[in-house]
Design a protein around this ligand. Structure first.
Ligand code: 6GU
Length: 255
């Protein structure tokens, strides 16, 4: 997968050199290209922002540098088109489902903004020619979209074939489609079996795979009920067995 990022802070993306994503890049699974937006500014001060039409606080990113920067990235492969992802707190929520969709794309272009965002005509211009998604990573406001891009590249990158080993697959992830859809993963343990008087739940030491799977599902249901009631409400009743229903009604959530 090719990933391009245009930003006034390309140095913000140093973490992409490290760990899982750094290794994926070394192995050629992920091809990251960082671009300095100011390289496409035309004045001596390399200005990329201006005051908002209609008044109000803050500054808006000018359309011309973004247009020229995006055109230059598109020209890298005129036969293909990237999916353009514009990080903004006003966007659609970034979810595991969207991460999986992006992981299936050959080419992503991220355009993280500073200030109050990018002149909306940039999204209109490219949105008429290709897919442009305005995406938010949560209900809070960051100082800029760069950290949101790091979040998305990490979530997408770990789903690329060959990035996680088989031993460490993404199928049991919280939010993964299938059995874990709308469920949070429960607690995990490793050696020693007792630490500061806290014991590992005995069932995990039993070697009884069926009972362990059932216990893990119970814990996932409990944790979801405790931390994310709205996810519990979104559970598909078709995916709940008799034991799930019994547990949920004991927790005070009759099916
Ligand atoms: Cl994508 N950008 C900014 N600046 N703030 C955010 C966000 C994005 N998602 C949540 N908050």
């Amino acid at each position: 997968m090719r990933v391009d990022v245009i930003s006034i802070f390309p140095e913000y993306f140093a973490p992409l050199d490290v760990s899982l994503i750094g290794k994926a890049r070394e192995r050629g699974i992920l091809d990251v290209h960082l671009h300095q937006l100011r390289d496409w500014a035309r004045d001596v001060h390399r200005t990329v922002d201006d005051t908002p039409y209609g008044g109000g606080p803050g500054m808006v990113m000018k359309p011309e540098p973004w247009g020229e920067a995006i055109d230059a990235v598109l020209a890298a492969d005129p036969a293909a088109q990237p999916r353009i992802i514009v990080p903004t707190p006003s966007g659609v929520p970034f979810t595991q489902k969207l991460a999986m969709e992006y992981a299936a794309e050959p080419w992503l272009l991220f355009t993280p903004a500073r200030y109050e965002g990018i002149d909306s005509r940039v999204m209109a211009e490219y949105g008429a020619r290709m897919r442009v998604d305005e995406v938010s990573v949560g209900d809070y406001v960051l100082a800029g979209g760069e950290v949101a891009v790091l979040v998305m590249v990490e979530a997408v990158g770990r789903l690329l074939p060959g990035v996680l080993g088989n031993a460490h697959s993404a199928v049991d992830d919280s939010f993964a489609p299938g059995a874990m859809e709308n469920l949070l993963e429960g607690p995990v343990y490793t050696k020693p079996p007792e630490w500061r008087g806290h014991e590992v739940p005995e069932i995990l030491l039993s070697g009884h795979h069926g009972k362990i799977a059932r216990w893990r599902r119970d814990e996932a249901l409990r944790r979801t009920a405790r931390n994310r009631l709205e996810l519990l409400a979104a559970l598909d009743p078709e995916t709940l067995d008799k034991h799930d229903r019994k547990l949920l009604s004991e927790l005070g959530f009759p099916a």
